[in-house]
Design a protein around this ligand. Structure first.
Ligand SMILES: *Cc1c(COP(=O)(O)O)cnc(C)c1O
Length: 399
């Protein structure tokens, strides 16, 4: 006499704020590359909780590491030191070549910290309080007021004005459009090395190199948002490592905790302008989430996740290219590693819905693009299965 899925959805809709138009399923549990709904229906996971579940579900050893910390100590506040945060920070700085870490609870909060750090850096130089940040059109950096203010999507911003001041928007991959906005007041240039939410657009190498040079010349901080494209998704630990263009500040979140809420902003020593009293977080970097992050970083290394992403990403690329050749309504294919997108001539929503009905979970990025963000442990057989189901789902069934 168990409750049906439909009943649970009705209960949810009666109490949760309706900020999402949710798919009509209740996800109940996961194993490896698969998710199961309340009725036991099995889905191939090709969205990884929006690039969060890098290691899929129930990865060997990860849950045990989390449970061990759970039984030991969950929280301390940042008034005291703890071992998991120290170890996670050591590992993160080592793999990113950054010098310092501040742990947050989410991606948007990491962006807030990065903005504050850039402003403080410039303030220390000239004492003025009207510094500007250059961000990109079609970017996404989060939903809190600072992050929303640097998100180049007027639709997300409009009702929430006034936003924080001093933000200018340039065109992604157009260095001249950035140069045209630089003034004496510019303190930072902020961008995603691969735009995620905006439709899966990788930066061009010349653009990033040009930005690095521009920022060096003018003593402007270069901030990379690696929240979606980082943590191995492109086949490098961080997307900027593919280009050899190092930021002064970078943000991570999503896959850092593989589902436990942890993000971070990191910086080079030179940019470490925030001092005691300037910033804080009650939970940020608590022992539980940092034990997860620390273990995840070990697993990435020990189990050669990056090598696997390069191989699986190349295979996914070839299969999606094949699909594109077979279907005229697929107009573009973009991305790298295991962050790829297929753009259709029409809205992707109905295709995603049919694919879900047929057993694979995909998400969109913008109206016409399907985004492929599988767990990084995806194997060729899963890619084949996804392609087969997606192809079946491209046209409405005639049956
Ligand atoms: C998801 C995302 C964010 C926001 O992260 P939240 O944890 O949802 O606050 C910021 N930047 C990028 C690039 C993202 O993909």
């Amino acid at each position: 006499m168990g409750e049906t899925q439909k009943q649970l959805i009705e209960r949810a809709e009666s109490v949760l704020l309706h900020t999402y138009n949710r798919y009509q399923i209740v996800l109940d549990h996961g194993e490896g590359m698969y998710l199961y709904d309340m009725e036991g229906k099995k889905y191939l996971d090709f969205y990884a909780g929006i690039a969060v579940h890098a290691l899929g579900h129930n990865y060997p050893g990860l849950n045990d590491a989390i449970k061990a910390q759970l039984d030991k100590l969950v929280h301390t506040s940042n008034y005291y030191y703890n071992r998991p945060a120290t170890e996670a920070a050591e590992k993160l700085t080592r793999i990113s070549h950054m010098d310092r870490v501040f742990f947050t609870n989410s991606g948007t909060e990491a962006i807030e910290g990065a903005i504050k750090m850039a402003r403080k850096y410039a303030y220390r130089k000239d004492g003025s309080t009207d510094h500007e940040i250059i961000a990109m059109n079609h970017s996404f950096h989060g939903r809190t007021m600072g992050a929303l203010s640097v998100t180049g999507n007027p639709h997300y911003q409009e009702a929430f004005r006034p936003l924080i001041g001093g933000v200018r928007f340039a065109e992604f991959n157009d260095l001249d459009s950035v140069k045209a906005l630089v003034t004496e007041k510019t303190c930072a240039v902020l961008l995603e090395p691969v735009q995620g939410e905006g439709g899966i657009y990788p930066a061009q190498e010349g653009f990033l190199k040009g930005l690095r040079q521009l920022c060096d010349e003018k003593d402007i901080l270069l901030i990379f948002d690696e929240i979606q494209c980082g943590m191995g998704r492109t086949g490098e630990m961080f997307a900027w490592q593919r280009y050899g263009v190092e930021p002064d500040i970078m943000t991570v979140a999503k896959a850092l905790g593989c589902g436990l809420p942890v993000g971070a902003f990191l910086c080079k020593e030179k940019a470490a302008a925030l001092e005691a009293g300037d910033h804080g977080s009650t939970y940020g970097g608590n022992p539980l989430v940092c034990a997860a992050a620390s273990k995840i970083l070990d697993i990435f290394q020990e189990d050669h996740i990056l090598e696997h992403v390069r191989e699986a990403g190349a295979y996914l690329w070839d299969q999606l290219e094949g699909l594109k050749e077979r279907h005229e309504n697929i107009v573009d294919h973009r991305g790298v590693g295991l962050i790829q997108g297929l753009e259709f001539a029409q809205p992707a929503g109905p295709i995603i819905q049919r694919a879900m009905d047929n057993g694979v979970i995909l998400i969109s990025a913008g109206a016409n693009t399907i985004r492929f963000l599988p767990p990084l442990i995806v194997e060729k057989e899963h890619i084949d299965e996804m392609i087969r189901i997606l192809e079946e789902s491209l046209e409405p069934s005639l049956a």
